[in-house]
Write a protein that binds this ligand. Structure first.
Ligand code: GSH
Length: 216
């Protein structure tokens, strides 16, 4: 892998398609920052061990994506932190002052809590044979997701976006979770949440969303 200094762009975003990196890719498109941020595919199952070693030694010690490499700085290694950093850097897609608490709350809630619920369901449904699945865990996670979705619906009441009428970086973070939930088990997780579904329709109509999510 070449050094970022060899490139004109100032930042490099390591990604894998349709995983948590999509939060950041989507935001880069929304910010109109594609000239500054180079998208670099990283596959944790790359058969070229030197690519894996380079990434783990220089970018993300756990070998996960996304990560944002910035010349002269420590890489950012969390999707939520990358989104907050970029929105702040460009001074765009930030919340109104009185919605800052909502902004912080939703970004941390999605990355620390909702991701974990969806991850457990994803692993069970994608990687475990039906007869070997932990059905107690699955039911528990479905129920937790349901409570989270109800909570998000309350926040969305009378709002176009999660922090009000203005689209912010928090919508890229939350929107990714909604997209993730929508592609599992034919969207079962969202079927009783009409406000989330209409919010999701609004998000899907955005050009930056369409540029990011390959199957939309
Ligand atoms: N908390 C991290 C989670 C990163 C993460 O788990 N990334 C997954 C993809 S969504 C990954 O890289 N998995 C590949 C692997 O573990 O080998 C974030 O939000 O950035």
């Amino acid at each position: 892998m070449e050094n970022i200094k060899d490139k004109k762009c100032k930042m490099r975003l390591y990604y894998f398609p349709n995983f948590r990196s999509n939060r950041c890719i989507w935001l880069v498109h929304e910010l109109g920052a594609t000239d500054d941020v180079q998208f670099q595919l990283y596959n944790s199952r790359d058969t070229n061990q030197s690519n894996i070693d380079h990434y783990r030694n220089n970018v993300h010690h756990l070998g996960t994506v996304p990560a944002l490499e910035i010349e002269g700085k420590e890489p950012l290694i969390e999707s939520g932190a990358i989104c907050m950093y970029l929105a702040d850097l460009y001074q765009k897609l930030q919340p109104e002052k009185d919605r800052k608490a909502d902004f912080l709350n939703i970004i941390f809630y999605c990355c620390a809590t909702v991701d974990e619920i969806l991850e457990q369901l994803f692993v069970q449904w994608m990687f475990v044979e039906p007869d070997k699945r932990d059905n107690v865990l699955i039911q528990n996670m479905i129920s937790k997701f349901g409570s989270s979705a109800t909570h998000i619906e309350k926040l969305l009441r009378n709002r176009k976006y999660i922090c009000g009428d203005k689209f912010t970086a928090a919508d890229c973070v939350l929107g990714y979770n909604i997209w993730w939930a929508s592609v599992m088990q034919n969207g079962e997780l969202l079927k009783n949440h009409p406000s989330i579904l209409s919010y999701f329709e609004r998000l899907k109509r955005r050009k930056a969303f369409q540029l990011t999510f390959s199957n939309e």
